[in-house]
Design a protein around this ligand. Structure first.
Ligand code: NAD
Length: 304
């Protein structure tokens, strides 16, 4: 079984393991949090599901444990949330410094290890992780717009009255305000007015805010989305999934290669490749603007 370390035992970390156990993806899970009381409670709760699942294992672990060197996949959900009055730059710097401290405490990883970022802002933290961890870029990816695309697809499926697994299409760009629906990618095609399209795209974008307003956090969707990625890596399924990974292009004579939500082939070594996507001119402009915005934020908030 592949060893999967989940760092951060909050709602998101616990739901990733819960979903991973239920889906029996062939992983042995380890959970690590600075809050050891929380970590122990989550482990107890998760172990209560083992009788009702196929073969799985879940264990709590600390930063001084020798077994950390053997982890195949490291999922990072640890981080602080944006506090009132804080800017995105403040949040980025805070979570980057958590990432640096985690990398320092983990020490050297297996050369084949994969680092999967979930913590927000996920695209820029993936870029920071690519500087912090000494691994090839394809082995460091973020959950990107996989969750946003899931949010789009169930809405389209309800409208089309078709099973959600047979409705395809992507939300691309930043996992955040500059993301957009690539309407040219939607299959089967659907006739929607501009107003309906704008309404659905806005509904998808605001979804996290609406969930947080009602229940304080989002975790079912990201738990399932992250499990999908873990399964693709562990079982080398080569699925095309929109993750945070570089999609380089030149703008104003500069190479922009900030990780951004684009469809990538996911398998045993992480991102196997990023096929060229066929987008309308307008969609390509939106993708590039989103990447430029992230690149600017990354450059204006240097890693301390
Ligand atoms: P949470 O606050 O419940 O949990 C975070 C945990 O991280 C806490 O238990 C904290 O003790 C732990 N932690 C902090 N620093 C640590 C360190 N150095 N080492 C180990 N553990 C540490 O938050 P949550 O609701 O579980 O969300 C986690 C992250 O996932 C947030 O950044 C959230 O925005 C993000 N998220 C991302 C997506 C996505 O699509 N990428 C979706 C939902 C949530």
């Amino acid at each position: 079984m592949k060893k999967v370390l989940v760092i951060g035992a909050g709602n998101v970390g616990a739901h990733i393991i819960n979903h991973g156990i239920t889906k029996h993806i062939g992983a042995e899970f380890f959970l690590l949090d600075l809050n050891q009381e929380l970590e122990a409670a989550q482990i107890l709760d998760l172990k209560d599901t083992l009788l009702f699942s196929h073969h799985a294992r879940v264990t709590g672990i600390n930063f001084d444990d020798e077994r950390l060197k053997d982890m195949d996949i490291i999922v990072i959900t640890a981080g602080a949330n944006q506090a009132p009055g804080e800017t995105r730059c403040d949040l980025l710097q805070k979570n980057t410094s958590i990432l640096q401290s985690i990398a320092g405490q983990l020490g050297e990883l297996k050369p084949s290890a994969i680092v999967l970022l979930v913590t927000n802002p996920v695209d820029i933290l993936t870029q920071a992780a690519q500087q912090i961890f000494k691994l090839p870029a394809n082995q460091i990816l973020g959950t990107g717009t996989l969750l946003d695309s899931a949010r789009l697809r169930w809405r389209l499926a309800e409208k089309m009255q078709i099973n959600v697994n047979h409705v395809h299409g992507y939300v691309l760009g930043e996992h955040g305000d500059s993301e957009f629906v690539a309407w040219s990618s939607i299959r089967p095609e659907i006739e929607l007015s501009e107003e309906e399209k704008n309404h659905m795209a806005e509904d998808v974008k605001k979804s996290a805010y609406n969930i947080i307003a009602g229940k304080g956090a989002t975790y079912f969707g990201i738990g399932a989305a992250t499990t999908k990625l873990l399964n693709a890596i562990i079982n080398n399924t080569k699925e095309l999934l929109p993750v945070s990974t570089p999609y380089p292009f030149i703008a104003n004579e500069r190479l922009i290669k900030t990780p951004i939500g684009v469809p990538a082939v996911i398998g045993a070594t992480g991102v196997l490749r990023t096929p060229k996507i066929k987008l309308s001119d307008d969609e390509l402009t939106q993708l590039q603007k989103s990447a430029e915005k992230l690149q600017q934020l990354f450059e204006s908030c240097p890693i301390k």
